[in-house]
Write a protein that binds this ligand. Structure first.
Ligand SMILES: Cc1ncc(COP(=O)(O)O)c(C=O)c1O
Length: 421
């Protein structure tokens, strides 16, 4: 992967034909470090948030050993980077053949389930293995999250005690645990504490010993109009919740962050192929990396990347993607210089999570290039950039914002990077 200092360097050199994922691996390492240093939990990165090989490699290099995988393809991807990663197959509904191959071909020992039929399926498909770690997924409230993840999966509080008991009995030499998901982009740290209290009540009612409490994902990132509380508040809420649970000193705490590890790390460099008034037709869209800009109407932060002067006047724009489908529309508003025109490039930020990962090949579009950049992300919860994105930014404010350049990693890795440029 080529590394550029700034996105403009890439535009000057390549004037790219396809959209380019601009990636900042160091921001993934910094986020991983935050989790390792501040949450007393084993980290399992939720691969679905961004299944790029560079992300997996960066996390492995940063010392992350656990990966939450949801399919055989994700298992094979992680195994291609790390032969000894700990894989947890946390999709509550898996095919028999996927379970068998995960267990026998890829060494997966940890599986989640939310009903007795799935428990039985896992036992059958692994030949009644005695070294399984089985986690019961409970449905919890998703109040305070942008996306609920309890509608489809999770055993209800009423039915949980019986399933906890059945799972405890099925586990032989492995571990038995509970897991949940408070919903993605969770803006309220107290949601974790409330979920842990709810799960704790079910454990008490079942009268079982639990080896693992897995608080799932849901940790947020920064988007326009959504500035979450400080990450330390999430860690404090989880530690408080864990202390109150009916578990023992040997019970392990796990987490499965996706978005929070990768959201800041990537932007998309898209080209304007046509302007019609306030509508910009881009070479990327909702079938590409901008799913959330359409379906959740998130007005991702944008920057014009032009080699030359631009109007100081900022105006709100809407985007259309390259496919023929009229759903391929992103209402924004996206604030950009008033004189933006065909041929201009735009950087759309904070797309590292569920951005490139959602891309399809519909209508023959969707392929993109990838390049690393060394400047700071557009916003950061880990001190790499401002904590918030002003909804409207004037050019004067933009110019006053100092460009924070990420320092180059020290030692051999940094020298290699320097030599490559
Ligand atoms: C089981 C499971 N764990 C973790 C995650 C990651 O969630 P987030 O990206 O909100 O951290 C998801 C997301 O769908 C999930 O389904």
């Amino acid at each position: 992967m080529r590394t550029y200092t700034f996105p403009l360097d890439l535009v000057r050199e390549r004037s790219p034909e396809r959209p380019v994922a601009l990636v900042r691996p160091r921001s993934v390492s910094v986020a991983a470090r935050w989790f390792q240093d501040n949450l007393k939990a084993d980290v399992f990165y939720a691969v679905k948030a961004n299944p790029s090989a560079w992300v997996i490699q960066t996390l492995v290099d940063a010392g992350v050993t656990g990966f939450d995988v949801a399919s055989l393809a994700e298992i094979e991807l992680v195994r291609s980077v790390s032969a000894d990663a700990r894989l947890a197959f946390m999709h509550p509904v898996k095919s028999r053949s996927a379970i068998t191959r995960a267990y026998f071909d890829h060494g997966v020992r940890t599986f989640s389930l939310d009903c007795e039929d799935e428990l039985q399926k896992i036992l059958d498909a692994t030949g009644g293995a005695d070294d399984l770690n089985l986690l019961v997924r409970m449905a919890v409230s998703a109040d305070g999250a942008a996306y609920s993840l309890s509608g489809k999966f999770g055993v209800s509080t009423d039915q949980a005690p019986a399933l906890l008991l059945a799972t405890r009995r099925a586990v032989k030499e492995g571990l038995m645990g509970v897991c949940f998901h408070v919903g993605s982009q969770c803006m309220r740290p107290s949601a974790y504490e409330a979920a842990m209290a709810q799960v704790g009540r079910a454990i008490k009612k079942a009268g079982v010993f639990v080896d693992i409490v897995d608080v799932g994902g849901g940790f947020p990132s920064v988007y326009p109009g959504m500035v979450p509380p400080d990450m330390s508040e999430y860690a404090d809420a989880i530690h408080r919740g864990f202390n109150e649970m009916p578990v023992s000193e040997t019970t392990e705490l796990w987490c499965e962050p996706g978005r929070a590890l990768v959201a800041e790390s990537s932007s998309i460099l898209a080209r304007v192929d046509l302007r019609k008034g306030d509508a910009l037709y881009l070479n990327d869209g909702s079938y590409g990396s901008l799913f959330d800009a359409t379906h959740s109407r998130w007005p991702f932060p944008t920057k014009l990347v032009r080699d030359g002067e631009a109007s100081a006047d900022l105006k709100p724009f809407q985007f259309y993607g390259p496919t023929c489908d009229s759903i391929d529309h992103m209402p924004g508003p996206f604030w950009l210089p008033a004189d933006i025109r065909e041929g201009d490039f735009i950087e759309i930020g904070m797309l590292g999570a569920y951005g490139v990962a959602m891309s399809t090949g519909f209508n023959g579009y969707g392929e993109h290039d990838i390049a690393a950049v060394e400047d700071a992300p557009m916003a950061s919860l880990y001190g790499l950039a401002p904590r918030s994105i002003p909804t409207v930014r004037t050019t004067a404010e933009e110019q006053a914002r100092k460009v924070v350049r990420l320092s180059r990693p020290k030692g051999k890795a940094g020298q290699r990077k320097k030599a490559r440029r």
